[in-house]
Design a protein around this ligand. Structure first.
Ligand SMILES: CC(C)(COP(=O)(O)OP(=O)(O)OC[C@H]1O[C@@H](n2cnc3c(N)ncnc32)[C@H](O)[C@@H]1OP(=O)(O)O)[C@@H](O)C(=O)NCCC(=O)NCCS
Length: 169
């Protein structure tokens, strides 16, 4: 599988990136590389031929309490797991110059595919959990089948659902 994104490295131009939300801009400009060095996350970027960044997302390992997941899935999980392994899609953003062109969707699909592939071959993960920054982000993730978790406000899609998406192609 070829992915559309590459891990962020110093060959990419970060300084012009602006998605309209300063927290997400500052993260890419100032913190993403540090977090990667510390192995806290991997930041994947979608860039043009000049290495100008059009969008990015981050993935990390994460856990959520068994009690937080939707009831229909909870009953299928062994009771001995008080926390469940998931993949955290911590951030996702498209540069304002490229909004409305389908890059947000491409970034999300790329993140889902990477996470699904890892869950099949290397590290168990029963869901992807996203951390929406505001109500617009909630509506974006809802469009793609994520549901809101009651306690944390994070959003959830089961890896089994992702599996259906990729196995039907
Ligand atoms: C949300 C965001 C990533 C969307 O990026 P984009 O490149 O403009 O989105 P796309 O062009 O790929 O849109 C794909 C689809 O999602 C829809 N969409 C885009 N933003 C949406 C939103 N906030 N709510 C609902 N649907 C949305 C589009 O209308 C499009 O629908 P269609 O395929 O039926 O026409 C972008 O607006 C962004 O970076 N926002 C700021 C950061 C942010 O909120 N990140 C989200 C997670 S923290």
């Amino acid at each position: 599988m070829t992915y559309l994104t590459k891990p962020l490295d110093s060959s990419y131009i970060k300084k012009n990136f602006s998605c309209g939300i300063s927290l997400l801009d500052d993260y890419l400009h100032k913190q993403a590389k540090q977090d990667m060095k510390r192995k806290l996350t991997v930041c994947f970027v979608l860039a043009d031929e000049n290495h100008e960044i059009k969008g990015y997302y981050t993935l990390s390992n994460y856990t959520i309490p068994l009690d937080e997941i939707p009831e229909n899935l909870k009953t299928k999980m062994p009771k001995s797991y008080t926390n469940l392994p998931v993949t955290l899609l911590g951030r996702l953003a498209t540069d304002e110059r490229f909004k409305g062109l389908g890059y947000g969707k491409l970034l999300l699909l790329d993140a889902l595919k990477r996470s699904y592939d890892v869950s099949c071959k290397s590290i168990g993960s029963m869901a992807i959990v996203a951390d929406p920054i505001d109500t617009a982000a909630i509506s974006f993730y809802t469009k793609y089948g994520f549901i809101q978790l009651p306690e944390s406000g994070k959003m959830f899609v089961a890896m089994k659902t992702i599996e259906q998406l990729f196995s039907s192609k």
